[in-house]
Design a protein around this ligand. Structure first.
Ligand SMILES: Cc1ncc(COP(=O)(O)O)c(C=O)c1O
Length: 451
C-alpha cells in the first residue's frame, strides 16, 4: 500500500495529527502502522475525506460582463439580423480557432443538423459515427433521416477506432462524424484518409472540444465542417448556443442559408427566393456573453491541461487505473477528465462502489456514457414508417444486430470513470487530493468491496 502513497501537505498534517493523538492514547509507545492505517482510512469507512470544500461552481458569471449584455437588451436589437454582435462573435471565434469562417447557431445539435445537411447527407443515407458520445450526435443524423452507423471505440483513446471504420461502409455511406469526446481529439489523419479515398464528407463533432488541437490544428477545422456547443455546462457557455466552423466560404454560406430559413447568403445565391431551411439562429445577447469569454477560455484551457497532465502522470502509477492514451501531438480541451478503471486490481470493487467511495472522499466522479444504442431511441427510429420505407427490413435487422460487434465501446462504457472540467480548474494541492482519494480506495479496496 505504501508504495503508492505520497503524502500531500494536507494529508501529512492529518497523519501527524492522528499520530500525536494515538501516541497520547498509547502512553508514548510508537505504533506507526496503526497511525498510517487510521489516517488513510477511506471516508466511506469512517475516515476523513481526502478533499473538503467542494469545487469551482459552473457556469461562471462575472459582473464585468453585465454592461455589454444590458446594452443589448436595452437596445431592443435582439435578433441576429438587427445588430452586429453575432457576426463579431463569429469573427472572433473563427480567429481563435484558425478557421476561415464561423457561423453561430442556436445549439450544438442544430450546428450538427445543419452541417450534415450542407454536406449533402439526405434521407436514406448512412453516416459513420462514434457510439461513445452524447445522444445528440445520434439524433442529428436521425434528424436528417439518415442512419447513424457505429464504428467501434478504441478503449485506449475513448474515441473512434479509425481501423473499424472501413468495415462499416455501405453503398449508402455519405459522411463520417468523428466525435472529439471529452475534448480529446480523434486520430483525424486516418479518418480523413478514408474519407478522401471514398469521397465522404467529414463533420467533426467538436461540441466538447473548444481549442483542442490535433497536430497543430484546432479541432473543428480539420474535417469539412466542425460543430461546437455553448450550452451551460460547456467551457464557453451562453445557456444554449452553438457554432459551425470551416475553411470554405461556400460551405459556411450554405450553412448560413439553411440555419436562416433558407435565405440566400454570400456565395449561396439560392434560386432567387428561399431554399429549404430552418430558424436555428443565435441571439445577440448570447453572442455578447460568448465574445466576452474568449480570454477566459484560453487561460482556463491552459490550467485544465496542466492539471490533467499532472493527474495522468501520477494516476498511471496506481494499479487498475489507466489514463487515456492520446493520439500523437495532440492537446485536449478536457471537458471531462477520464480514465479507465479495472475492478480486478481493486479486489473486485465494482466501478459503482469505487465512484461512491470517491464521492465520499469529496471527489465526485462517475461512469459517463452507457451502451445507448440499446436504449430504444434507435429501435424507435428504425420502426418508424419513414425509416422502414427508406431501408429494407433486412438492412435494418443487420444494422440492429451490428451493435453486438461494438466490443471496444462496450468495454469503454463499462470501465470509464470521469470527473468534470471545473475540478481541473483547482490548484495542484486539489489534484493531490484526487490522487490521494484513489490511493486510499486502492489500499482499502478489499474492505470497501465487502462493505
Ligand atoms: C458530443 C456532443 N455532441 C453534441 C452536443 C449537442 O450540443 P447542444 O446541447 O448544444 O445541442 C453535445 C452537448 O452536450 C455534445 O456533448
Amino acid at each position: 500500500m505504501k508504495k503508492y502513497l505520497t503524502l500531500t501537505r494536507r494529508s501529512f498534517i492529518r497523519t501527524t495529527a492522528a499520530g500525536s493523538l494515538a501516541l497520547g492514547w498509547l502512553g508514548g509507545q510508537r505504533a506507526p502502522m496503526a497511525y498510517a492505517a487510521e489516517a488513510d482510512k477511506p471516508a466511506l469507512l469512517g475516515g476523513t475525506p481526502a478533499h473538503k470544500g467542494g469545487w469551482a461552481p459552473w457556469p461562471e458569471w462575472r459582473e464585468a460582463w453585465e454592461p455589454e449584455v444590458l446594452k443589448v437588451f436595452r437596445s431592443g436589437h435582439w435578433f441576429r439580423g438587427s445588430a452586429a454582435h453575432v457576426e463579431e462573435f463569429e469573427n472572433g471565434y473563427a480567429q481563435l480557432l484558425g478557421a476561415k469562417r464561423c457561423l453561430a447557431t442556436a445549439s450544438g445539435t442544430t450546428a450538427l443538423i445543419v452541417s450534415l445537411h450542407v454536406m449533402d447527407v439526405d434521407a436514406g443515407d448512412e453516416v459513420i459515427v462514434s457510439p461513445y458520445t452524447f445522444i445528440a450526435s445520434y439524433n442529428a443524423i436521425l434528424a436528417n433521416m439518415a442512419l447513424p452507423v457505429f464504428a467501434d471505440t478504441d478503449p485506449a483513446t475513448l474515441t473512434v477506432d479509425p481501423a473499424s471504420i472501413e468495415s462499416r461502409i455501405t453503398e449508402r455511406t455519405r459522411a463520417i462524424m468523428p466525435v472529439h469526446i471529452f475534448g480529446m481529439p480523434c486520430d483525424m489523419d486516418p479518418i480523413n484518409a478514408i474519407a478522401r479515398k471514398h469521397k465522404f464528407a467529414v463533420v467533426e463533432d467538436a461540441c466538447q472540444a473548444w481549442l483542442a488541437e490535433y497536430k497543430g490544428r484546432k479541432c473543428g477545422t480539420i474535417g469539412d465542417l466542425g460543430c461546437f456547443s455553448f450550452q451551460e455546462s460547456k467551457h464557453i457557455p451562453s445557456g444554449e448556443g452553438g457554432a459551425i466552423t470551416g475553411m470554405s466560404d461556400e460551405l459556411i454560406d450554405k450553412c448560413n442559408s439553411y440555419h436562416n430559413c433558407g435565405r440566400a447568403c454570400g456565395t449561396n445565391k439560392g434560386n432567387g427566393s428561399f431554399t429549404r431551411g430552418h430558424n436555428y439562429r443565435m441571439t445577440q445577447a448570447q453572442a455578447v456573453i460568448l465574445s466576452q469569454q474568449f480570454d477566459k477560455l484560453v487561460k482556463q484551457t491552459g490550467i485544465r491541461r496542466a492539471n490533467a497532465d499532472y493527474l495522468s502522470a501520477n494516476l498511471g502509477k496506481i494499479p487498475g487505473i489507466t489514463p487515456v492514451r492520446l493520439p500523437e501531438n495532440t492537446r485536449p480541451a478536457w471537458h471531462l477528465y477520464a480514465f479507465r478503471y479495472d475492478p480486478a486490481q481493486f479486489n473486485g470493487l465494482s466501478r459503482d462502489k469505487f465512484t461512491r467511495a470517491m464521492s465520499a472522499e469529496g471527489v465526485p466522479c462517475g461512469g459517463i456514457y452507457h451502451e445507448q444504442y440499446y436504449d430504444g431511441l434507435l429501435d424507435e427510429a428504425i420502426a418508424s414508417r419513414g425509416f422502414k420505407r427508406l431501408w429494407g427490413a433486412e438492412r435494418l435487422k443487420a444494422y440492429r444486430d451490428s451493435f453486438q460487434e461494438l466490443k471496444g465501446n462496450k468495454q469503454v462504457c463499462e470501465t470509464t470513470v470521469a470527473m468534470t472540467q471545473n475540478m481541473l480548474l483547482a490548484g495542484r494541492g486539489e489534484m493531490d487530493h484526487i490522487l490521494e482519494a484513489i490511493r486510499k480506495i486502492h489500499a482499502h479496496s478489499a474492505e470497501l468491496a465487502k462493505a
